[in-house]
Design a protein around this ligand. Structure first.
Ligand code: RP5
Length: 169
């Protein structure tokens, strides 16, 4: 089976965050691949990956990196495939360095940046993109979203049971 999504991370130290993206794709039945590539430590391999991703059938790239996180932007500079960037928290600057590095792309080279450590949302966004042209996947996404609604309905019912003297509901 050919991968549709490529999950790239700057180091295996990013894996505890990035595996949330992998799990969501797995749950949705989306074929994906995972690689460690670094804009600073393996620049030639990043170029090779980015330039060949489209011809290999990759539809969305999720790239996570921490610190001076150049990886998502460098990939985006060399492909027309949408790139979703995940800033990883882990440095002395708590991920603010990574979020600014990934977010502040120059005009013409967008990276869709999610929250610090937001790998789950990166995967959901990737699935939303794929679901535009994949009806069965759109249905799975719809039931995922419905499960979120049910979660908050349950929370609301639990809150209704909490008693205070001046609470009116
Ligand atoms: C970044 O440097 C990686 O994405 C990682 O978040 C951070 C630290 O990497 P390691 O020193 O743990 O390999 O490039």
């Amino acid at each position: 089976m050919k991968p549709q999504v490529s999950i790239i991370m700057g180091s295996t130290s990013d894996l505890p965050v990035m595996e949330r993206a992998a799990q969501l794709l797995d749950d949705m039945g989306v074929p994906f691949e995972m690689h460690a590539l670094s804009a600073h430590r393996t620049p030639a391999a990043v170029e090779d990956f980015a330039r060949n991703a489209a011809s290999r059938g990759i539809k969305v790239i999720i790239a996570g990196a921490g610190m001076a996180a150049a990886l998502p932007g460098v990939i985006a500079a060399q492909t027309t495939i949408p790139v979703i960037g995940v800033p990883i928290k882990g440095s002395a600057l708590d991920g603010v360095d990574a979020v600014l590095s990934i977010l502040q792309m120059p005009p013409g080279i967008p990276v869709a940046t999610v929250a610090i450590n937001g790998a789950l949302n990166a995967a959901i966004l990737a699935v939303q993109m794929l679901a535009l042209s994949d009806e069965p996947l759109a249905e799975k996404l719809q039931s995922y979203k419905s499960s979120l609604t049910k979660k908050i309905e349950k929370a609301n019912a639990e809150l209704a049971a909490v008693q205070y003297t001046h609470k009116t509901n």
